[in-house]
Design a protein around this ligand. Sequence first.
Ligand SMILES: [Zn+2]
Length: 447
Amino acid sequence: MAYSEYWNPKNETLPREELQALQLLKLRRFCEWAYATTPFHQRKFDEAGFKPEQIKTLDDLRRIPFMTREEWMESLMEKPLFGDLLATDSRNAIRYHLTSGTTGRTPIRVLDSMKDWDWINEMWCYGIWGFGVRPEDVVYFAFGYGSFIGFWGAHYACEKLGALVIPGGAQTTEARIKQIIELGVTTVFSTPTYALHLWQKSREMGIDLARESKVNKVILSGEPAGSIPAVKHQLEEAWGARCGDTAGMTEIGTIMIFECSHQPGGTHIIEDHFIEEVLNPNSDEPVGYGELGERIVTSFGRGFIPLIRYRTKDMVMKAPASTCTCGRTWDIYSGGIRGRWDDMKLIRGTNVYPRAVEAIIREYPAIDEFQIYIWRKEELQDEITIKLEIKTGHEAEWPDLEHKLTKDLASAHEGLRFNIERMDYGVLPHFELKAKRLVDARPVANY
Ligand SMILES: [Zn+2]
């Protein structure tokens, strides 16, 4: 059966002037509604002297104050459980979920209405239809189905577009691999790390997924690796399938970007439902195509919790829609989400702030230069190694220092094991800039 290439042929190919006119109309209405319903936004708009009727062109977007995760957290702490961000009575909610840990200690709690979920699924439909999922597909979710929103929306989206859905929650990796083969699965949804793990496990079981499974599409989300060429290439070889990147945020509840089946080396922005600004994170001035900046999102679909000019700290680079041959008029994030503007690193589930590590290292005067080296062992396990040089004349302190420093670093990081590696004097680059002391050699800059 011949299908359209697009889920929403009209909006996905809308000339840019018409697309921007649509965004402007939505933006103004959305601000009016948020101001009328949400104490959080009333307060912020008033403080900034912003009124929704000031929105006359898309440039007026810049009059709207930014929304930050820190403010959201503060609001949750002051008025548990949900803060003053809800645009409607909590009794209208049909679903509760949490963010995965990023910067804060307390999770962000989110509620959604029926309307939110219709929209959440619709956004996933844009993305997965765009990558080629069709009613004939048999779709497998290698996903835990907990209170982390993850692939929930994608699950419903697959049902909506008529595919056969297999929820693969609460099973061993081996059992999942067997199901994928037995049930003739054609499309797998997974994080990049887990897709790699499934493949490695299958090899141990003597199974060649590329030959013995019918999988021809792997849809990736949850980590930026889906757009890193080396990772993508490895996964495509391993599975004998095309791998498509998507990215979303728990704060939005769904995806805002997806890779189309033409695989242009990046992800289209769903521009009829989001305004994605890219700003210089220091000056807050917009940057052009081909320049790295911070992603700022305004999401028109979020009904329960209006998200307006939300600072994501994601590092992105826009490319014009014409970079891709699919005919969509939606701009692209070249290379997907490339990393983070804040310096937090996640190592085996523990948050590590390089500044905190440096503070501990600096308590040892015998250490001259050092480097925090983050890497991935056997493509699966993240490791953190402190490479250091001992000052001349202090060499005898090394064995004792190695022992104490390992203990100090672990006790400041929930028991996380740091590797300590002594380098010959003069091997490490002696930098002036603190940032250069951190090397993240993982194929993915993890959240
Ligand atoms: Zn495309």
